[in-house]
Write a protein that binds this ligand. Structure first.
Ligand code: ATR
Length: 298
């Protein structure tokens, strides 16, 4: 029995125990086992969660093998989130639009793919009392994360979505794709250097670049106090460090700011719920959140 700050994990693997896991490369620093093994223990669900390091040319073999081994579900992390798609029997609409999958759920015909990363961000925002409905949004970054965030904002009722990126072409491609897929014109691509030309407004700003990630904790993608006067609430997808320079600048301008740890928590919670056809209470999610903070030393 391992005592993790009040929540005890009793490893009791039996003939009936179901297996879930994570495929990615590297996977050494993942917090997903903490999320899922503790949820299983707390909810009395007979499940164990293990990491599997999978090389890029072995993604198809891994998925076929997992299915043959009766594995209930998999999470998928970098660099396999798009590579898994050809091996699925079905894909959720949101994940299809985003073009990335982080959760595979076993069905009779194979695995169905979902994107709980982005459902996780949405749920984190809801628990923070932040609604996207008719709100204007600035997304900083047009990589894989920025693409998913832009898609989510446009799907979940945001007003205008400005997608700012250093390379304008990447932002333009995503804006065109999201607008076409959703039959709207709410997403507009802007070069990040042109941020001061955005209409004066109060925006939900979602920092989706890798700038500011440890160890480069003093970096920030826009370093101008005037920009932060336009922030209604700031989200940074980064959770290491727990308080990024982006978040500090938001707070100095009087706006609340949140890191990406709750998004990580809720992507796990949403995957766990899909695998086990259950609902995790907010009280239980809070306990897992405390364990994650403990693991990160924050
Ligand atoms: P992810 O899949 O995590 O989003 P990614 O696809 O490598 O990672 O994207 C990283 C994002 O951070 C991109 O938006 C990138 O901008 P470019 O598309 O112009 O490369 C952004 N980014 C990284 N370093 C940056 C920097 N120094 N200044 C501005 N943006 C930066």
């Amino acid at each position: 029995m391992q005592d993790l700050g009040g929540v005890a994990i009793k490893m009791n693997i039996k003939g009936s125990t179901r297996t879930c896991g994570l495929i990615g490369n590297p996977i050494k620093h993942t917090m997903s086992p903490t999320i899922h093994n503790n949820l299983a223990s707390m909810l009395g669900i007979d499940l164990v969660y293990v990491p599997f390091q999978v090389e890029e040319d072995k993604v198809g073999d891994a998925i076929k093998g997992a299915y043959a081994l009766n594995i209930l579900g998999l999470n998928v992390t970098v660099p396999h989130k798009s590579a898994v798609i050809p091996y699925l029997c079905d894909i959720d609409e949101l994940a299809k639009g985003i073009g990335a999958v982080n959760t595979l759920v076993r069905t009779e015909d194979g695995y169905k793919g979902y994107n709980t990363d982005i459902l996780g961000l949405y749920r984190a925002m809801q628990t923070d009392g932040v609604s996207l409905e008719d709100e204007d949004v600035i997304v900083l970054g047009a990589g894989g994360a920025g693409r998913a965030v832009t898609f989510m904002c446009a799907t979940k009722g945001a007003g205008k979505v400005y997608l700012l990126n250093r390379s304008l072409d990447k932002a333009k491609a995503i804006a065109a794709d999201v607008n076409r897929t959703l039959g709207c014109d709410k997403v507009e691509a802007v070069a990040i250097s042109e941020y001061s030309r955005l209409p004066k407004n109060k925006y939900i700003v979602i920092q989706s670049t890798s700038v500011g990630l440890a160890p480069n904790v003093d970096d920030v993608v826009i370093d101008d106090e005037a920009f932060y006067e336009n922030v209604k609430v700031g989200y940074d997808l980064i959770y290491n460090p727990a308080a990024t320079r982006f978040m500090k600048l938001c707070k100095e301008a009087g706006a609340p700011a949140y890191n990406g740890l709750k998004m990580l928590l809720y992507q796990g919670v949403a995957a766990f719920e899909l695998w086990n056809d259950c609902k995790v209470s907010e009280a239980d999610a809070d306990k897992i959140y405390e364990l994650m903070k403990q693991e990160l030393g924050i």
